[in-house]
Design a protein around this ligand. Structure first.
Ligand code: SF4
Length: 288
């Protein structure tokens, strides 16, 4: 996210991150080198070249490769729309890094089971059909925070509170998404709970700190985590690291010390990554 802000920043704007260790283990599961090898393998078997669709939770090298190959970045909220854009143009999609988000979107798009394939981190291509007819190729990455939820958690929530609405993030396993009442991005979950109104009861399958924030913002709803699952990386950005970051700006402006911690993306990577981020915005806003 911080890299994306730096990629899209205007000249003269500086982007900082409070803690450089606040990465994403799922983003670590693919590099541009891995993706280039996977795309080269797909080029050898597909009639039309696969186009990369890369989840926002990825590093700048992946976004740059995506732009170089004519693809687009996506978020959990617009992934279906971005994938549909390329499928409608007759292009197979190479989706990374989150396999679960890719499967859940493919199902929402009605893509046949035998045209969806999984690409292992060793380069293996697995699926029930003939890969040369494949439409969706999913990199084998996942979010360990969201894969902790199970269909059993959904059943247990319904037993605890009959009539409860279960809503989960699409980074969850597709069996969990199928068992739930609803699935949505972080923003989608927020909006569903807001619109649910006072007295509504929710079991929420996403990162636990977000569920806690929802419960404090909407105390007149019954809000519980589907299971308590924390992201330790997201929690690294806290008031202390944010305060240190902001204080460094003040010191820097008065000629003091350096900025804590400025994000810099190499210019060539930045140009191609900006292309894939801007294409996402053009697709979601209907400009292409
Ligand atoms: S919850 Fe944590 S591990 Fe999962 S996608 Fe978000 S940052 Fe990455």
């Amino acid at each position: 996210m911080a890299e994306s802000a730096a990629i899209l920043a205007s000249p003269g704007q500086t982007v900082m991150i409070p803690d450089t260790d606040a990465g994403c283990p799922m983003a670590d599961m693919i590099s541009a080198v891995d993706a280039r090898a996977a795309l080269a393998a797909l080029d050898g078997i597909l009639a039309a070249p696969a186009v990369p669709v890369t989840y926002m939770n990825s590093y700048a090298d992946m976004k740059a490769l995506t732009g170089e190959r004519g693809g687009a970045v996506c978020t959990s909220g617009n992934a279906v729309k971005v994938m549909r854009h390329f499928l409608d143009a007759g292009r197979p999609v190479f989706f990374s890094p989150d396999c679960n988000l890719g499967i859940n979107c493919s199902r929402a798009l009605g893509v046949a089971h035998d045209r969806i394939f999984r690409i292992g981190r060793n380069g293996s291509i697995k699926g029930p059909g003939d890969p040369s007819r494949g439409l969706i190729f999913l990199w084998d990455g996942y979010c360990h925070v969201h894969t902790r939820f199970t269909p059993g958690d959904v059943a247990a929530a319904r037993t605890r509170v009959p009539g409860i609405t279960v809503i989960v993030h699409p980074e969850c396993d597709c069996a969990v998404v199928e068992a739930a009442d609803l699935s949505g991005s972080t923003e989608g979950i927020y909006e569903a709970v807001r619109e649910g109104g006072p007295g509504s009861a929710w079991a929420i399958g996403t990162e636990a700190n977000f569920v806690t924030r929802l419960a404090s913002e909407f105390p007149d709803r019954g809000i519980t985590p589907l299971r308590t699952s924390f992201c330790m990386n997201m929690a690294k950005t806290d008031l202390g690291t944010l305060e240190a970051s902001i204080s460094s700006i003040t010191r820097h402006e008065t000629g003091g010390s350096f900025l804590l911690h400025e994000i810099r993306v190499p210019p060539a990577e930045r140009r191609d990554a900006a292309t894939s981020l801007r294409l996402m915005m053009d697709i979601t806003e209907g400009r292409v």
